[in-house]
Design a protein around this ligand. Sequence first.
Ligand code: TXA
Ligand code: MG
Length: 341
Amino acid sequence: MSRSVLRIKGTLLLRQDRFSLQKAAGIIKEGGLVAFPTETVYGLGAAATDEKAVNRIYQAKGRPVDNPMIVHISSSGQLNIVARYVPEIAYKLTDRFWPGPLSLVLPRADIIPAAVCAGLPTIAVRMPDHRIALEFIHASGVPIAAPSANRSGKPSPTSFRHVLDDLAGKIDAVIKSEACSVGVESTVLDLTGSGPVILRPGGIPREELEEALGQKVPVSGGIGSAGRPISPGMKYRHYSPRAPLILITGPKQRRSLLLKAIAGYYQEKGLKVGSLGDYINKTAPLKGNKTEYMAAHLYHALRQLDHHGVDLILAEETDIAGIGLAVMNRLRKAATRILKV
Ligand code: TXA
Ligand code: MG
C-alpha cells in the first residue's frame, strides 16, 4: 500500500494511526529524534538508554548540557527500571497523579546514561496523561528521554506547528496532534532529600500534592520567586518571546492603569505593543477555570505576539492558586522587567 509522506525541511510529519506510531517507534529504535504530544507541552524524544541519541537532543535544541531531561515511561511498572530506588512516598504520588503532569526526581538507575541527567546521580521521571504519547513510548520499547521540543530559551511548544517553527530540519519526525491541553510543563518534585520539594511548579498544583501527602510541600526558592537554580534548568532565561516582556504586579486596578499608561506611552512613540491578557481573551474562548485557561494558552499567545511583530509585550500578574503558580513562574522567567505598583 502506498502512503503519502509529508516532510517539512526533511522532518517527517506523522499522523496518529498505528502505522505512523510504529514508524515513530522505528525512528527511536534507530537512534533518531521524534517530537511527540503530551498533555503539558510537546516533548522531543530519544531512547533514554542511547547516549548518542540523547546527545543529538542537546544539539537540536541548542540546550546547555548541564540541563537534565525528563524520562517518560508508559506504565508505572517501569519506574523501577529507570530509578535505582523508589521510596514509598513515590508510590503514594504515582497512584494518585499518574498518568499526569508530575515528574519525580529519584536516584538514577545505571541503565540510564549519565548524559540524560546532565551527569547527576538522580533522574526525573513521569508517565504522561496522553494516549498518543503512551502508545508511542510503548511501541518504542524503551523509556523516552524528552525535554520540551522548542529551541532552548523559547516558549515551550503546545502544538506541532510550534515544533516545526523551531526544529524543522533538525529532528527526524513530529507526531501531529491537537494542542496540548494543560499548556505548561509538569511539576518537578524532588524526592531525594529529607522531604519532598517542588523544583519547578507545573501542571499538578502544590495544594493537591500537600493534600495527597498530608504535609507541607515547599517550593524551592520560595513561592513568589522565579526559583533558585536547584533544578539545573531553572537558572537559564526561559520561555522567552523575541519581544521584551514587562510583567506588572500589584493590586488589580493599579496594574491595569499602569498597563494602559505604558501601552499608550510606547504606542505614541510608534511602537507596536501587545497585551498578553487581551490577546488571550480575544483569540481563545474562555472555558472553565481562569488560571487553567491562561496556562493552556500562555505559550501559544507569546509565540503569536512575536509572529505579529510586536515590539513589546505587557503582562499582568495572575493568581498563584492552583496552576497559577506555574503560570506566574513562567511569566517571571520570560520577563525582561518586573514592575510592582
Ligand atoms: O511537562 C514536561 O515536563 C515536559 C514534557 C515534554 O514532559 N518536559 C519538560 O522538559 O518540560 P524540560 O527539559 O523542558 O524541563 C525539565 C526540567 C528542567 O527544569 C530540569 O532542570 C528538571 O526538569 N530536571 C530534570 N532532571 C532533573 C534532575 N535529575 N534533578 C533536578 N531537576 C531535574
Ligand atoms: Mg523546557
